[in-house]
Design a protein around this ligand. Structure first.
Ligand SMILES: Nc1nc2c(ncn2[C@@H]2O[C@H](COP(=O)(O)OP(=O)(O)OP(=O)(O)O)[C@@H](O)[C@H]2O)c(=O)[nH]1
Ligand SMILES: [Zn+2]
Length: 352
C-alpha cells in the first residue's frame, strides 16, 4: 500500500495523463474526460476505441445500467464507444451541468465491466483528484502512473498527519490565539487548528469547519459558512477554551471545481443534495477521522462540539473522540441561503 502511488495518480489525472488502476479483479487504464482534447485523446487511444466510464448516478440520468447495477446500485457504468462519440460528446456524457445547454443525442449503450472493483476505485480517485468522475477507458497500453485500490484507500488515511509548526496568532475573536499547522507526507492539503483561550482540564469547545472558499473568503450568501466561522470563533472565545479546526475539505470533500459545478446545477433548480448526487458524488464525502487525528495530536480526547450536523458527532465518535455535548450554532438565514438551510434540515438531518 502506498499513498505515494495515489498521489502520483492524482497528479497524472489532473494533468490529463493516463493512469492504470489495479484491483483484485483486474485493471483499467484510463484518462480523465475532464481536460481531454482531441490531441490527448488520440495519444491515449489512437484507434478511437476507448469506452467511457461514468458514475452510477450519471448513468441513471442517461437511463443506462450495466450487468452489475442491480446487485450494487453504486456500480459505475461503462458506456460503449461509438464512432460519433468524440471529446465534446464524451464531455456532454460526463458533465450534468451541460445537460440544459446541449441535450444529449444518444443512443448510448452500456457494456459489461471487466474489472468492477478497479472501476469503483477509479471513481473514488476522481473525488480525491477533484475532477468529474468520468474517464476514457482502455484495456491495454502505457500509463504515466500505476495505482491500486488499496493505495487509493491509504491516501485518505490520516495516520501520518503530524504537527508541522505552531505560532501565536491574534485574531479578532481573541488576541491570544495560537495557530497549529498540520502536515502529512501523503497528501498536500495542510489543515490548521486555532486554539483559543487558556487550556484547562475541561473538554474544549470544538468547531470542525470545512473549507469554503466562496463563503469564508468571498462572503458568499449561498451558504452559511462565513458567518458560522466567525460565530464559532466568538462562541469558543466566550467559553473556557476551545479549538477551531479548519479542514481542507472544500465542498464537503468534492473540491472547489466540483462544488462550483454543484452550484451551476443549483442554478438549474437542483438542491444541494441532488446536485452532489447528479455529479456522481456522495451527498457528503467528508471523513472526520482527520479531525480526530488532529485532536489526538493536540492531546484532546473529549470535546463539546459546536455543530447542527449529527453526522459530525457520529463521525468524530467513530474516530475515537468522546463528544460530551453538542452545542448548536444557529445563524439567521438570508434570501439566498434559505433553501440551502431548509435542505440541510429536511434532507441531511441538521438540527436547525
Ligand atoms: N458540495 C457542496 N458543498 C457545499 C455546498 N454548500 C456548502 N458546501 C460545503 O459544505 C461545507 C460546509 O459544511 P459545514 O458548515 O462544515 O458543516 P455542516 O455539515 O453544514 O454542519 P454544521 O456543523 O451544522 O455547520 C464546506 O466545505 C462548503 O464548501 C453545496 O451546495 N455543495
Ligand atoms: Zn460555504
Amino acid at each position: 500500500m502506498s499513498a505515494r502511488a495515489a498521489a502520483r495518480a492524482i497528479d497524472a489525472l489532473r494533468r490529463g495523463w493516463p493512469v492504470r488502476v489495479q484491483a483484485a479483479d483486474g485493471a483499467v487504464r484510463l484518462m480523465a474526460v475532464e481536460g481531454a482534447d482531441a490531441v490527448t485523446l488520440a495519444g491515449f487511444d489512437p484507434g478511437a476505441e476507448a469506452d467511457i466510464l461514468i458514475s452510477a448516478a450519471r448513468a441513471q440520468t442517461l437511463k443506462l445500467a450495466n450487468q452489475l447495477a442491480a446487485a450494487d446500485p453504486d456500480m459505475p457504468v461503462l458506456v460503449a464507444r461509438a464512432p460519433w462519440i468524440d471529446v465534446d460528446v464524451a464531455t456532454a456524457i460526463s458533465d450534468p451541468v451541460l445537460d440544459l445547454a446541449s441535450p444529449l443525442k444518444g443512443p448510448f449503450m452500456a457494456k459489461p465491466l471487466s474489472a468492477p472493483s478497479a472501476a469503483k476505485a477509479a471513481l473514488r480517485l476522481a473525488r480525491l483528484a477533484g475532477i468529474l468522475p468520468a474517464y476514457f477507458v482502455m484495456a491495454e497500453g502505457d500509463s504515466e502512473a500505476e495505482v491500486s485500490a488499496a493505495d487509493i484507500d491509504a491516501y485518505d488515511d490520516a495516520v501520518h498527519l503530524a504537527i508541522a509548526t505552531r505560532a501565536r496568532l491574534p485574531v479578532s475573536a481573541s488576541e491570544t490565539a495560537e495557530i497549529v499547522a498540520f502536515r502529512s507526507p501523503d497528501e498536500p492539503r495542510e489543515h490548521v487548528a486555532l486554539i483559543v483561550g487558556q487550556r484547562d482540564s475541561s473538554p474544549p469547545v470544538i468547531r470542525l469547519h470545512s473549507e469554503c472558499l466562496t463563503g469564508d473568503v468571498l462572503g458568499s450568501l449561498k451558504c452559511d459558512c462565513g458567518p458560522q466561522l466567525h460565530q464559532a470563533l466568538h462562541q469558543i472565545a466566550d467559553s473556557n477554551w476551545g479549538i477551531l479546526l479548519y479542514l481542507r475539505q472544500e465542498g464537503r470533500g468534492i473540491g472547489l471545481v466540483n462544488k462550483l459545478r454543484a452550484y451551476a446545477l443549483q442554478d438549474q433548480g437542483f438542491d444541494t443534495v441532488d446536485a452532489n448526487v447528479r455529479l456522481g458524488f456522495a451527498i457528503d464525502a467528508r471523513d472526520f477521522s482527520v479531525a480526530a487525528r488532529m485532536l489526538d495530536l493536540l492531546g484532546v480526547d473529549e470535546v463539546r462540539l459546536l455543530t447542527n450536523n449529527p453526522n459530525k458527532v457520529t463521525g468524530l465518535e467513530a474516530a475515537g473522540i468522546r463528544v460530551a455535548e453538542r452545542l448548536p450554532i444557529i445563524l439567521p438565514s438570508n434570501p439566498h441561503n434559505e433553501r440551502y438551510l431548509a435542505t440541510k434540515r429536511d434532507r441531511t438531518g441538521h438540527q436547525l
